[in-house]
Each structure stands twice: as C-alpha cells, then as structure tokens.
Design a protein around this ligand. Sequence first.
Ligand code: CO8
Length: 258
Amino acid sequence: MAYETIIVEIDDEVALVRLNRPEALNALNATLLGELSEALTEADRNDKVRCIVLTGSEKAFAAGADIKEMAEKSFVEVYSEDLFGAKIEAIQRIRKPIIAAVSGYALGGGCELAMVCDFIIAAENAKFGQPEINLGVVAGIGGTQRLTRFVGKSKAMDMNLTGRFMDAAEAERSGLVSRVVPTPKLIPEAMNAARKIAEKSAVATKVVKESVNRAYETTLREGLLFERRAFHSLFATDDQKEGMAAFLEKREAQFRDR
Ligand code: CO8
C-alpha cells in the first residue's frame, strides 16, 4: 500500500516504518497519523511481521504535532474531533513489539509518539523535548504522564515547564531510552534488536508487552499477580515445551507461536 507521509518496508519479519514529511521535520498532521495508525494496524495483522521499527529521518524523528494545521482550530473543533485521540489509541493497541529508533528531534507529539512505542533506541544526535509550553499549550498525548513515569517528576516538570531539550546521553541516564548508538548505526542496531525479538515466540513477546505495560496501569501487588498468571499460562503453549527442551538439548529453539 502506497502512503503519502510514511514509507513502509518489510524486511525479514520486521516492518520498518519511516515517517516521511521532510519539509516539516516529520510534524504529525492528520494524514500522517492516519496513515501511521493504518500501517501499524496492518503490520499487526500481517503474519509475516513479527516486530516493528518506527523511525524518522536523521534530522528529525518528529518535531511535534503540525503547528500549521492546529494553529487556527477552536476548542470546539479539537474537542469534537478528539484531536489525535483515536489514532494514538489505535497505535497503543498494537500487540506486536514496536521499537522507536530516534535520530534528531523528537519534540512534543514526536517525543510522545516515541514513548507510545515499547522502547526507544536513540542516536547520539537525538534531542527529546516537550516544548508545547512555548506555544501557550501543554503536552497532549503523554508528555506530562508517560514522561513523568519514565524520568520522574523533577525532570518531567523541568522539560514541560522550561521546554528545554534533553540530549541522548541525558535521556539514557534518565531511563527514557534503552540505549544510545552512533547516529549512522541507528537503523542497523534497531533492526538487529527487532530481528532478535522476531526469533522469539510471538505469544511470549505479546505477553511481555502486556505484562510490562500492566506495571503502569496497576498496583505492584496486582501487577505481580498478573505476571505470575501470565507465566503460568505460557505452560499451555508448545513454545514453552520447545524452549525448555531446546535449552536442555543444547540447541536453538524453533518457536511456532503456539
Ligand atoms: N509543525 C509544523 N511545521 C514544523 C514543525 C511543527 N511542529 N516543526 C518544524 N516545522 C517546519 C518549519 O516550519 C520549517 O518549515 P518552513 O521551512 O516551511 O518554514 C521546517 O519544518 C524546518 O524547520 P526549521 O526551519 O524550524 O528547522 P530548524 O532546524 O531551524 O529548527 C526545530 C528545528 C528546533 C525542531 C524547530 O523546527 C522547532 O522548534 N519546531 C517546533 C517544535 C515544537 O514546538 N513542537 C511541539 C509542537 S506542539 C505538539 O507537538 C503538541 C502535541 C500534542 C497534541 C495533542 C493532541 C491531543
């Protein structure tokens, strides 16, 4: 399927999705978010895809929501259309793992989109920020919520109140990103991580995603119970038998997702 604002390549069980509005540093407009949620939903349904990498260009993952598109809207318009709500929720519902590979600017909605993914690999030139305060607004898709859970109150307040950018080293120190790699190695590194995930049982990777996300939604006690039951339930799969047998027989496991 041909898109106007994103490019999708399927490479060896990994869907590589690139945001592609270079003229606007990949600013998120309605077309881009619509195409992105559609492409990710399609990748989630496609049996050949086992993991997804979401990236932008070297200069920008995404410089935020499209200010030109939003600037003249009224409260009633953004409220009635629930600006970005349905599309972001569709992305949150994707069950296959999504890695955000961030190079350059990830600002405002761009930073928030990266945080919706399951983990972030950053290039050395990455810059994260929630500069909405400079526009007289605040973050709207997780910049005050997810960012606070990633980096804690003090840094989240700092970023949201001052609008300053965080570089890749600070983002790694703060727990916002899982690793930082030299800029030219970003895509190879993210694709390698995705291929590693693609080798696992797809049932187990979905359960990992559900379980880690549960940590953000519930108490520790309930989360631990959810995790233990999830662990127990995987004993109903052939992949558990295969994974453990392969270990004992000192060979590679051949998972079949059942
Ligand atoms: N929206 C629209 N166009 C943009 C955006 C954007 N967010 N960011 C950059 N562009 C455009 C510029 O207008 C410019 O286009 P043109 O040449 O036609 O004027 C082109 O991209 C290149 O940008 P610059 O010339 O500014 O490039 P620089 O290298 O000088 O600067 C920056 C790069 C620092 C990234 C700068 O472009 C910038 O500050 N961008 C805006 C960042 C920002 O404020 N982001 C937050 C936007 S608001 C938001 O994301 C809210 C999300 C929540 C939605 C809630 C829904 C519920």
